[in-house]
Ligand binder design. Structure first.
Ligand code: AMP
Ligand code: GLY
Length: 423
């Protein structure tokens, strides 16, 4: 069969890498892809948000299954359009993708179905938002309601910071229409973890545990990013906790969406805060995590393609996935300046030397080809993913790869996975 993957980041490189290994698959296309993906798939220059272009591509090439990587095409209704045209596609439709696209939608769903999360209020009126902050006190969290590329959240340690964030979102409109309303919520303490489950709208198939590193600097300092590294399995998510997450969060979310008339199909990403062994939801995403997809897919032993197909068809009967015994650690190498303005266009050296290391995969995210060289072209540039018998040895493996690679301005965290070792 022919499979099309939409997107061009590290997550999509990992998806293409895994899908291409399936005995069911004869050809993989990726739109738009990147130079790393181009080694495994035919990259086609159609942007991930060009829904007409994507549909035309799938029809022209006779694609049997399309897999959506990023959230933007989901919220733009790529799934609806493909289904109307009779094409098979993995991901939630536009209505269900509001779980990620609208914070108030997801908070209201959690309230309705008693899914544990932070207390909150939604405001379209500036004065009411400020009054709520003054009433609740700090620390408190201010979020633009719509999609803001992971940057619309301010964890405010003082009331002044929180009010300033409301001003920026509602008055200065730094996130445009995404900030016409704000969600203000209780600050949750604890350790964050990411939990993923495949679903066909009714049945669920949980993945192994994983943990992201959202802050730019070591020891979780500095501003939030898209994610600076991830690993799997994550010991903070014990077997008992997995059970609790599935029963108190994942099942009621999927059942609630179905009950509300917008069944959710695809992969559900639950961002969790864990405190005293209890999970609470920080956010939902309507897609695979990036970088979490890299270590998770690197460890996945089962063929992913039948799972993607079963979800898209509403026929998910498989109840478990097989995993390699090894742990996987992905260290993100980012451009200078990230997560603010990014210093691009520098030659990346050492890719071949890193790729020659056993049990190491270099996933491309923000790379481009220029004059026969690979250069950095985005914020997050590479996801260097190592496998090892333990998290400790996977960390060593990933950093052995990182050491081989350099470009001007490169930055990466030196403590990815250390939280697992501290347990
Ligand atoms: P979000 O985009 O909602 O995932 O938020 C980005 C990051 O902000 C999360 O990964 C957390 O680190 C932090 N965050 C969001 N909401 C809360 C909360 N209610 N309490 C504490 N931290 C939060
Ligand atoms: N790793 C965070 C995200 O994918 O949103």
């Amino acid at each position: 069969m022919k499979v099309l993957v939409i997107g061009g980041g590290g997550r999509e490189h990992a998806l293409v890498w895994k899908i291409a290994q399936s005995p069911l698959v004869e050809k993989v296309y990726c739109a738009p892809g990147n130079p790393g993906i181009a080694e495994l798939a035919e990259c086609v220059g159609v942007a991930a948000d060009d829904i007409d272009g994507l549909l035309a591509l799938a029809q022209r090439e006779g694609v049997d299954l399309t897999v959506v990587g990023p959230e933007v095409p989901l919220t733009l209704g790529v799934v609806d359009r493909f289904q109307e045209a009779g094409l098979e596609i993995f991901g939630p439709n536009a209505k269900a993708a509001q779980l990620e696209g609208s914070k108030s939608f997801s908070k209201d769903l959690m309230a309705r179905y008693n899914i544990p999360t932070a207390a909150y209020g939604t405001f379209t009126d500036h004065a009411e938002a400020v009054a709520y902050i003054q009433d609740q006190g700090a620390p408190i969290v201010v979020k633009a309601n719509g999609l803001a590329a992971g940057k619309g959240v301010v964890v405010a340690m003082t009331e002044e910071q929180a009010i300033q964030a409301v001003d920026e979102i509602m008055v200065d409109s730094v996130f445009g229409a995404a900030g016409s309303s704000v969600v203000i919520e209780e600050f949750m303490e604890g350790e964050e973890a990411s939990f993923f489950a495949f679903t066909d709208g009714r049945n669920i198939l949980p993945l192994a545990s994983s943990q992201d590193h959202k802050r730019i600097f070591d020891n979780d300092e500095g501003p939030n990013t898209g994610g600076m590294g991830a690993y799997s399995p994550a010991p903070v998510v014990t077997e008992a906790l997995t059970e609790e997450i599935v029963e108190t969060v994942v099942r009621p979310t999927i059942a609630g969406m179905a009950q509300d008339g917008c069944p959710y199909v695809g992969i559900l990403y639950v961002g969790l805060m864990i405190k005293d062994g209890k999970p609470r939801v920080v956010e939902y995403n309507a897609r695979f995590g990036d970088p979490e997809a890299q270590p998770l897919l690197a460890r996945m032993k089962s063929d992913v393609v039948p799972v993607l197909q079963a979800c898209a068809r509403g026929e998910l009967t498989q109840t478990s996935l097989e995993w390699h015994d090894k742990a996987a650690v992905c260290v993100v190498m980012a451009s200078g300046g990230y997560p603010a303005s990014v210093d691009k266009g520098h030659e990346i050296r050492g890719l071949a030397e890193a790729a020659a290391i056993d049990d190491l995969i270099v996933f491309h995210a923000g790379t481009a080809e220029k004059d026969g060289m690979i250069v950095n072209s985005g914020g997050r540039v590479l996801g260097v993913t190592g496998l090892g018998d333990t998290v400790a040895s996977a960390i060593d493996k990933a950093y052995a790869g990182v050491e081989k690679i350099c470009w001007e301005g490169v930055q990466f965290r030196k403590d990815i996975g250390r939280k697992a070792l501290n347990r």
